[in-house]
Design a protein around this ligand. Structure first.
Ligand code: NAD
Length: 419
C-alpha cells in the first residue's frame, strides 16, 4: 500500500473513533469498488504512435453515481488515482451531494503534446472508458492539467459513442456545450465562502489578514483574487518555478498577467518584490496559508517552519498525516481539503443538474446556492470540531462518515440480518 493511500485511510480510522459506525461499513470503505487500467495508443503529429498508461477508479457509489476529475500528469499512478477517488467519496458526502467518489488520470506531460495530439489523447481516454463512465454511473471533470476544452472533446466523443448528445456525462465543459456559469472559479470561491463564514470563529476580523498562496494555477489565482478584493494582503505566491514575496502585498491580476506573458509568477517584478524558494514561501509569516498546488507539499520536513495560523487546503492532500500532527500541536487550524476545496465538485453538481433539467441558472443563483451549501456544511463541521474537541479534518471525515455509514447501513449490515 502506498503512503498517500495509507495516509488517507489513517484519517478514516481516526474519524471512526468519534462516530458510531459498524465494522462492515469501515471494511467497505477501505477498498475501491472498481478500477480499470489501460494503455491509450495515440497517433502523434509526426506519424508515430505513442502509448500512455491511463486509469479510472470508481471508489464507492453507495450514495450515487461516482464523480471525480481526470488528471494529465507525468507522475500519475494507480495509487494516486485510488487515493483521489477515496477523497472524492468523502468530499461528496461532506457536502451532501448525491454522489460517490471516482477519479481518473493519464500518465503524460501534456505540455509536450500539440493541441491535436492532446485532442486525440482525450478522445482515446473516452473510447477506453466509455463503458465505465455515464451520466448515471460515473461523471468525470477537470483536474490538474486538464481544462474545459478537454472536457468538451470528451463530451463530444462520448456523444458519438452513444449516438446522442449526452452533456451530463462530464462536467467542467465550455459554456456553449452545456457548461455552467461559475465553474471556472468554483473551487476557490467555495474556499473563500468557507473562510468568510468562519472569519469570526477563526479570529480573522482584525487588520492583519496576510495570505500566502502555494501554486498559482486555477485554484491559486482565483483565491488570491477573491481574498485580495476583500482586503486581504497577498504577501507570497508560488508556482512550480519558484516563489515571489512582498510584505506590502501583491496584486493578483498583475502577477497573473506576468505569468501569462512569461510562464511563471517569478517573472513579476515590482517595489519590494523578491523571489524565493518554496521553503521561503512556507516560512513567511501570515494569517492564512493556501496550499493550491499538489499533494504532500507540506510534510514532516517543512511543517515546523510554517508561520501561518490557518491553512485553507484548496489542493487535494497537501498536508501529510505527520505534518498534520506537527501543525495541530502548534495550534494551526487546518480547514481540510474535503471541505475547503469542495466548491469545485459542488458547482460540477450544479452543472449536471442543469444538463439533466435542460434549464440553466444565472451566475447569481450559482454563487448563492454554493454559498449556502458551503456555509451549512462548514458550520456543521465547525460545530463538531468544537463539541468533540477534534481537528477540523477529523470532524469533516466524521461528518462524511456518518452520512456514508447510514447509506451503507440502509442496504443492510450484519446486525440487520442476524439480530
Ligand atoms: P492547475 O494546474 O491550474 O495549477 C497547479 C499550479 O500548481 C500551477 O501553477 C503549478 O505551476 C503549481 N505547482 C506545481 N508544482 C508546484 C510546486 N512544487 N510548488 C508550487 N507550485 C507548484 O491546477 P488546479 O486546478 O488549480 O489544482 C490545484 C490543486 O487543487 C490540485 O491539488 C487539485 O487536485 C486541487 N483541486 C482543484 C479543483 C479545480 O476545480 N480546479 C477542484 C478541487 C481540487
Amino acid at each position: 500500500m502506498n503512503d498517500l493511500f495509507s495516509g488517507a485511510l489513517s484519517r478514516l480510522d481516526e474519524a471512526a473513533r468519534h462516530v458510531d459506525v459498524d465494522a462492515e461499513v469501515l471494511e467497505k470503505l477501505k477498498y475501491a469498488k472498481e478500477t480499470l487500467s489501460v494503455r491509450l495508443s495515440v497517433r502523434m503529429d509526426n506519424g508515430s504512435r505513442r502509448s500512455f498508461p491511463a486509469w479510472r477508479c470508481r471508489y464507492d457509489d453507495t450514495r450515487g453515481p461516482t464523480k471525480g476529475g481526470i488528471r494529465f500528469h507525468p507522475d500519475s499512478n494507480v495509487d494516486e488515482v485510488t487515493t483521489l477517488a477515496f477523497w472524492m467519496t468523502f468530499k461528496c458526502a461532506v457536502m451532501n451531494l448525491p454522489y460517490g467518489g471516482g477519479k481518473g488520470a493519464v500518465k503524460v506531460d501534456p505540455h509536450t503534446l500539440s493541441k491535436s495530439e492532446l485532442e486525440r489523447l482525450s478522445r482515446a481516454y473516452v473510447q477506453a472508458f466509455a463503458g465505465m463512465i455515464g451520466p448515471d454511473r460515473d461523471i468525470p471533470a477537470p483536474d490538474v492539467y486538464t481544462n474545459s476544452m478537454i472536457m468538451g472533446w470528451m463530451a463530444d466523443e462520448y456523444g458519438s459513442i452513444v449516438r446522442r448528445p449526452s452533456p451530463a456525462v462530464i462536467t467542467g465543459k465550455p459554456l456553449p456545450l452545456g457548461g455552467s456559469l461559475g465553474r471556472d472559479d468554483a473551487t476557490a470561491r467555495g474556499g473563500y465562502c468557507l473562510l468568510r463564514h468562519l472569519e469570526g470563529d477563526l479570529g480573522l476580523t482584525g487588520p492583519a489578514r496576510r495570505v500566502v498562496v502555494q501554486g498559482y494555477g486555477n485554484a491559486g489565482f482565483h483565491i488570491a483574487r477573491l481574498l485580495h478584493a476583500d482586503g486581504y494582503r497577498i504577501v507570497g505566491l508560488s508556482d512550480s518555478r519558484g516563489a515571489i514575496l512582498c510584505e506590502a502585498g501583491l496584486d493578483p491580476l498583475a502577477v497573473q498577467a506576468a505569468k501569462e506573458r512569461h510562464g511563471s509568477v517569478t517573472a513579476y517584478t515590482g517595489d519590494g518584490v523578491r523571489t524565493g524558494t518554496d521553503d521561503d514561501l512556507l516560512a513567511t509569516a501570515c494569517e492564512v496559508l493556501v496550499p493550491a498546488a499538489l499533494e504532500d507539499r507540506i510534510h514532516a520536513g517543512n511543517a515546523g517552519r510554517i508561520r501561518a495560523r490557518i491553512i485553507l487546503e484548496l489542493a487535494n492532500g497537501p498536508v501529510t498525516p505527520e505534518a498534520d500532527r506537527i501543525l495541530d500541536e502548534a495550534g494551526v487550524i487546518v480547514l481540510p481539503d474535503i471541505l475547503a476545496n469542495a466548491g469545485g465538485v459542488t458547482v460540477s453538481y450544479f452543472e449536471w443538474v442543469q444538463n439533466r433539467q435542460g434549464y440553466y441558472w444565472s451566475l447569481k443563483e450559482i454563487h448563492e446556492r454554493l454559498r449556502v451549501i458551503m456555509e451549512t456544511e462548514g458550520r456543521r463541521v465547525w460545530d463538531m470540531h468544537q463539541s468533540k474537541r477534534i481537528s477540523m479534518r477529523t470532524a469533516a471525515y466524521a461528518h462524511a462518515l456518518e452520512r456514508l455509514s447510514s447509506a451503507i447501513a440502509a442496504h443492510g449490515t450484519q446486525p440487520f440480518f442476524i439480530g
